[in-house]
Design a protein around this ligand. Sequence first.
Ligand code: DGI
Ligand code: FE
Ligand code: FE
Length: 195
Amino acid sequence: MNNLTYDYPLIRKKLEKALDPERYEHTLGVAVTSRMLARIYGADEASAYTAGLLHDCAKNLPHKEKLKMCEKEKLEVSEVEKANPGLLHAKVGAIVARDVYGISDPDILNAIRSHTTGRPEMSLLEKIIFTADYIEPGREERPGLTELRKEAFTDLDECVFHILDATLRYLGNTAKAIDPATRETFIYYSDRRLK
Ligand code: DGI
Ligand code: FE
Ligand code: FE
């Protein structure tokens, strides 16, 4: 249980300045959805709301700035990330959440870091943020989204698997490079279903 309290009005005010209006709306949708999932699955609701609010806090930073921060933090930037610097908003987001928003809870920082690609053996909070990001009410319709929105509240691991499956299909159609983490996460959650 996390006994920390967070100044949500202040966090929201800073986020509203840092993000474009659509991204800010998305962020509120992810935060509330994460909180509902936390209640269903017995995760800490404050952590879920906080991680949901902050998961995209680096989304509107210029690519150059994200790359600079990775260098400063000695974070490795892979070839796939160099070709798709948008991916960096997740790992840079964890740094911004720590340094700009004062978050120290490692589970919250991990949930921000892993929210785009996922990772094998995600914590409950990480799975909640990963899922809420995909299903929040403001997300535009896409094939299977109605079913995923139901499944998120009944079988979280199966929903994580289906989101990864949909993401890999989408990436296959756009010919964008797949991050090894996305593939590893897919294989991990695919293998677990068969056990
Ligand atoms: O930041 P959001 O738009 O809310 O959502 P997100 O952080 O899940 O990012 C979504 C984008 O990330 C979407 O366009 C697909 C892309 N993405 C996810 N996994 C990979 C990926 N892009 C590449 N190139 N490779 C991946 O493995
Ligand atoms: Fe994101
Ligand atoms: Fe998001």
